[in-house]
Design a binder for this molecule. Structure first.
Ligand SMILES: [Zn+2]
Length: 49
């Protein structure tokens, strides 16, 4: 698993949340908080590719 906020490797016992039916893992509550504030900033999706 990769923390989408800081791109650190995390394991599946780390803090996680479900967003748009996808599970995201975080290294620390601060990264989780940052993601929750603005998930789109951290989700790299390219719908046209
Ligand atoms: Zn992090």
């Amino acid at each position: 698993m990769i923390d989408p906020v800081c791109n650190t490797k995390v394991d599946d016992k780390s803090t996680s949340i479900i967003h748009n039916n996808k599970k995201y893992y975080f290294c620390c509550p601060t990264c989780k908080w940052a993601f929750e504030q603005n998930p789109k900033d951290f989700i790299k999706e390219s719908p046209n590719q």
